[in-house]
Design a protein around this ligand. Structure first.
Ligand code: CTP
Length: 403
């Protein structure tokens, strides 16, 4: 899923032949994980049926202030519809509706919704070429631009009149891409590449056994989703976990051992400007991995372990001006230990979670963190869902990068 995932999209359909394409627009938004509601002008129903659009959007379609066909008719609240929307797209937008929008006319539900909307408004004009070129249409476009409305320009091609020229509504895919790009423009991590590690590592003992830990990966995955929502390109190097990502722009690299994680992290670090290492990497691994399953023999079995690569410390040595974030999981002398790690591993920020805190730690959906910056300043946060902790961490990083 991309930037439209979870967004409330209100689609306004007006009476142009291109209205048949509005069904495709609904489908594309739904495929991107958006919630879609449709408002039509009464005349638009001659071009595409409300039934088609309600079936595809899985929501009732609105075309009048009261649904007069329904004997229990209720008032369709234009203000509520407008406030629900994260964005309002009018496609197709006829010359008639655009002119009314420019002049504040409110003689149907769609126009009343438009006047009440506080969200970004996009419109995709659809009209014959001479209408498109008419000075009054140009004046309408200028007025709408002065209101902050965003035009998705019409394309050149064959028109319903049989003539050829500019006036065809942009294709549904083009409309979607246009909106996605436009939304991404304003995002604070638009030009960032973020590397994140998550989950545990498994260090093999023999073909069936390993040394691992209880990390669920939830914190790292929440960080990856948040970074992607903020417009970053995200590479998530993940140990074995049973969660999936919903944002399909995230590049997921699956690894198992600390050595594999080390290798993959170094493969991508160069091209990133932010790295957050939240994985619970095993500190030790068996010196030898038995090629066959170890059989039960004596009462005791001794495993000789060796240190794994400290991935975070290795990045600290080569980081230059990249923003490097580490995690510290502590059970005692939390602040001192975290500060020591911050300095020793050459970090810009360390996220401390104490296992003593209720609501913090492995497998939980919540976390309680304390952020410590390079100047040893300490910022404690309350217990929150990991998704909100991810938001706090990125807000902190963005503030630091812009300081
Ligand atoms: N880390 C790492 N590679 C390792 C061990 C840890 O990249 N081999 C990273 C973790 O992802 C985390 C940070 O180092 O961001 C701190 O991990 P933690 O286990 O708390 O600290 P250690 O440095 O391993 O020290 P100790 O276990 O002694 O507390």
């Amino acid at each position: 899923m991309g930037i439209l995932s979870g967004k409330n999209v209100l689609l306004g359909v007006t009476a142009g032949i291109a209205a048949y394409k509005s069904a495709l627009i609904v489908r594309l938004f739904i495929k991107e994980g958006a919630n879609v509601r449709v408002v039509m002008t009464p005349a638009a129903k001659d071009f595409v049926t409300p039934l088609t659009l309600s079936t595809l959007s899985k929501n009732e379609v609105y075309s009048s202030f009261t649904n007069e066909d329904d004997e229990n008719a209720q008032w369709n609240n234009h203000v509520e519809l407008a406030l629900w929307a994260d964005l309002f797209l009018i496609a197709p937008a006829t010359a008639n509706t655009l002119s009314k929008m420019a002049h504040g006319t409110s003689d149907n539900l769609l126009l009343a919704v438009y006047l009440s909307a506080k969200c970004p408004v996009y419109y995709a004009p659809a009209m014959d070429l001479d209408m498109y070129q008419h000075p009054s249409t140009k004046a309408t476009f200028d007025t709408l631009e002065s209101y902050g409305n965003i035009q998705i320009p019409a394309e050149h091609g064959e028109l319903a009149s049989g003539l050829s020229g500019q006036g065809r509504m942009a294709e549904p895919e083009t409309i979607l891409k246009f909106i996605e790009r436009d939304l991404a423009k304003g995002l604070p991590l638009k030009n960032s590449r973020v590397l994140i590690t998550a989950g545990p590592t498994y260090e093999a003992i023999d073909p069936v056994r390993f040394i691992g830990n209880h990390s669920s990966g939830k914190m790292g995955y929440a960080l990856a989703e948040e970074a992607a929502n903020l417009g970053a390109e995200v590479i998530l190097v993940s140990g074995p976990v049973s969660i999936s990502i919903s944002n399909n722009t995230i590049k997921l690299v699956k690894v198992s051992s600390a050595a594999e994680m080390h290798e993959e992290v170094h493969r991508f670090f160069d091209t990133c400007n932010i790295a957050i290492l939240s994985a619970a990497v095993a500190d030790y691994r068996p010196v030898e991995v038995a090629s066959e399953k170890i059989k039960k023999q004596n009462t005791e079995l001794l495993l000789k372990l060796e240190k794994t690569e400290d991935i975070l410390a290795s990045l600290g040595k080569i980081k230059k001006d990249r923003f490097l974030v580490g995690f510290a999981l502590e059970t005692e002398n939390e602040l001192e230990n975290a500060k020591t790690k911050l300095k020793k591993k050459n970090l810009d920020l360390i996220v401390l979670n104490s296992l003593k805190d209720k609501g913090a730690g492995f497998k939980k959906d919540t976390n309680k963190v304390t952020l410590i910056d390079k100047d040893n300043k300490v910022y404690p946060f309350t217990v929150k869902p990991k998704t909100e902790v991810a938001r706090d961490i990125f807000q902190f990083i963005i503030d630091k990068l812009h300081a």
